[in-house]
Structure formats: C-alpha cells, structure tokens
Write a protein of this length. Structure first.
Length: 406
C-alpha cells in the first residue's frame, strides 16, 4: 500500500489493480484508515486521470448490488444534488414529476457536514419508513410512480465507507472523488437517465462556478461511458435554498411550495429541475414539460401526490413537530441585505442539532432556522433576520454577522 500512496503522491497514474488493491482492501478491512486517508489526500492534491476515474467508478459499482428497474414501465429518471444548505428540492420534485406520470425512484442520503440530507428530512415525519427494500420501492413506484428511500447497505458499499472517511479527513472537496461517488450510486441505482444539480458557492463543496462546470463535465463523461443520458444544471448555493434549514421546518416549506403558497427562488429551481426530468422521462421539449409541471403544481395534484407518497411510506404528517422554544436574531445595522452565508447557516443548523457532527450522532428533527428576510430586502435596526427553533443546544453569539447588510 505504501508504494501505491507514494506513486499517487508523485502524481503518477495508478493501475486498475492498484486501485482495486487499495480501495477494495480498505472496504474488506485489510487497509487501515490512516493509509487510505493518505491515499485520498494524495488524490485530492494530484487528481486522477480519466482512465483512473472510470476504473474507480467501476470498482465502486461492482462493490455491491445493482438495481434492475426494467420491470417498471417507461423511462426512469434519477436526480442528484451535489449537496447544499436548505436543499429540499427532492421532496418537491418527486411529487411534481410523479403527478406528470414519470416514475421517480430515488435513493437519497443523510446529512453530513454542513449540508442536509433528504432522508433525515423525510424521517422527521413520525413513522415515515425510509428503509424500503428494493422490491418494496419497485412495487410502490408501480402503484404511485414515486418512492424515496435510504440507500440500501448493498448499493455501492465502497462509497459508504470511503465517504465517511473523506468527511472527517478533509478529502470531500475533490472533483474526481465526488464524480466517482455520485455517478457510481446513480449507475447502480438503475435509472435510464440522470439529472444532476451541481451546486457552487459558499454552501457547496465546489466554491466556484468553473469548478462546478468541471465536475458536471466529468460526470457527463462517466454517464456516456455507461450509455446513460446525463443532464446537468449548475446552480447557486451561496445563499441557503428557500427560507428554512432544519428537518421538520424543511418538510413544512416543501408542503407550502406544493400547496402553491410560496413562490420564490426555491420554487423556481424545483420547477426547473422537475421540467428537465419530465422532459427526459417523456421525451418532450423543455417548454412542453414545464407546462405539465406547472399544471400539476397549480391544480393541486402534486400536493395530493405528496400526501399519497407519505402515506405509502407510513408517515403521519399530523404528528410532525417543530420546536416551540424560539429565539429571534435581529439586525444591528440598517441597509440592504446583500448576502446570507450558506456555509455558516449550515454549520449553525448542525450546532443546533439539525445535523450530525459525526456519523453516529442522532439529530433533533424539531430544531432549525427560519430565515425572515430575502436578498435585497431593506433592513432596519431591530428587524428580525431569522428565528431559531431550539432544542438542547444554546446558539452561539454573533449570528447576525452571517447576514451581510450594506
Ligand atoms: N455527494 C455525494 O454523493 N458524494 C460526494 O462525494 C459529494 C456529494
């Protein structure tokens, strides 16, 4: 293993055998954390060639089961976001596209680091079952066109282990490693086509638009290799998405969008993503697909689909809880709201208990943050910038500084 680490440190290309020996050996328990961490850091610093990336994606896929969705009629489209703060789009998009008749079967992740995960959000609904077996997911999609569940342990186990190590060794922000991680899960998930929401900005893993574009290009190449159509949207994650951060709060916001009670940047992004999925799933132009999506949003059928989906997975929305212990954060200066630091807000939500500091931590679904002001709003001293919904953790000082007012 030392020889492999040294080779990568010197910027040399690893053979498939060397990748298999190191990554496979780690999953089998034969390579210790410290050696794998050193290799991951060398990859972060020196990158990977296209050949290495394709080989590693293949090793990731081969490390577990692959879903066969061929029994489900029609074109199956999957979607993935590279992670952000307040990103509750999957909960909105699923019902939107399913109401348009496109089958949406998605394995989602949990939050880690400053970013949230769809499964944690859905599990804030009491009794919601995210642990569906592949057979249960397929059965549900055949009935209602929609199932969202936790990634099963058998799907790309190599990613589960490597991602957990990356998240605590400063090796998440690597374009090749993110591309391999995302695309191996999407290919193993069995969908025919894939939509990728590649985020850039303060709250994303890619800080600049150029990096996000490079990542998107690379993921498309991996898709080509597996003969999967991949569409990418490059979207801004400098500001948290929507008004809420925190699990129950985000479910409530998703419901408000599906009930047509809120129209903001988040609503627009959900419509855009859903239109792309419907366009791929039904082979329609983007404009035609958008019309269908807007219709199911406006006539309430997408909201009804959300209720049907939650019920199918045993969730009891009537018992969804939000903390009653609140604290307002007020402005200390007047001016125009120029920015809200998505990274800091994500970290704050973790600190309050909405996310995990380590993989083993449990989360408090009732806590979070509700943002009260939009970018470019005029702010007076004493205006409430956000409301914290608190649990056992006390908030830090200086939260008003996360809001840039000029
Ligand atoms: N999302 C993933 O699934 N993997 C990564 O490596 C980063 C974001």
């Amino acid at each position: 293993m030392n020889h492999i680490i040294n080779k990568k440190r010197l910027g040399q290309e690893l053979t498939r055998e060397e990748l298999s020996k190191s990554f496979g050996g780690y999953v089998d328990g034969n390579i210790p954390d410290y050696q794998m961490s050193a290799l991951l850091m060398a990859i972060c610093l020196n990158g990977m060639t296209e050949r290495e990336i394709l080989d590693l994606t293949d090793l990731f896929i081969q490390s577990g089961e692959q879903l066969d969705l061929s029994i489900i009629e029609g074109i199956k489209v999957d979607k993935h976001s590279t992670g952000g703060v307040g990103d509750k789009t999957t909960m909105v998009i699923g019902p939107l596209v399913a109401s348009c008749g496109v089958s949406f079967i998605k394995m989602s992740g949990r939050g880690l680091g400053h970013t949230g995960g769809t499964i944690d959000k859905l599990e804030s609904i009491p009794d919601f079952r995210a642990d569906l077996t592949p057979e249960e997911m397929i059965d549900q999609v055949q009935k209602i066109h929609l199932a969202i569940a936790d990634q099963t342990a058998d799907l790309v186990p190599m990613d589960k282990k490597i991602y957990a190590l990356r998240s605590v060794t400063g090796t998440v922000e690597s374009i090749p490693l993110i591309a391999v991680s995302v695309m191996s899960k999407k290919i193993a998930g069995g969908a025919d086509k894939i939509l990728l929401d590649v985020k850039f900005g303060e709250g994303a893993f890619m800080k600049t638009k150029e990096e996000a574009e490079e990542l998107a290009e690379l993921m498309k190449k991996i898709g080509d290799h597996y003969h999967k159509e991949v569409r990418t949207l490059i979207t801004d994650m400098n500001t948290p998405l929507g008004n809420s951060i925190g699990n129950s709060l985000e479910v409530v916001e998703a419901i408000r969008i599906l009930k047509n009670e809120e129209h903001n940047v988040l609503t627009e992004l959900c419509i855009e993503l859903a239109s792309n999925i419907v366009s791929m799933g039904k082979e329609l132009s983007l404009a035609q697909a958008r019309k269908e999506v807007e219709t199911v949003l406006q006539d309430g059928s997408a909201y009804q689909k959300f209720l049907e989906f939650v019920k199918a997975q045993h969730g009891d929305l009537a018992r969804l809880e939000i903390s009653t212990k609140k604290q307002n954060i007020v402005a200390h200066k007047a001016g125009i709201l120029k920015a809200i630091d998505a990274f800091k807000m994500g970290e704050l939500s973790v600190m309050l208990g909405a996310g995990r500091k380590t993989k083993e931590d449990s989360i408090d679904p009732k806590v979070g943050i509700m943002i009260k002001k939009q970018l470019n709003d005029e702010i007076q001293v004493g205006d409430t910038l956000c409301t914290l919904y608190l649990g056992d953790q006390e908030p830090p000082e200086g939260i008003e500084e996360y809001f840039e007012i000029e």
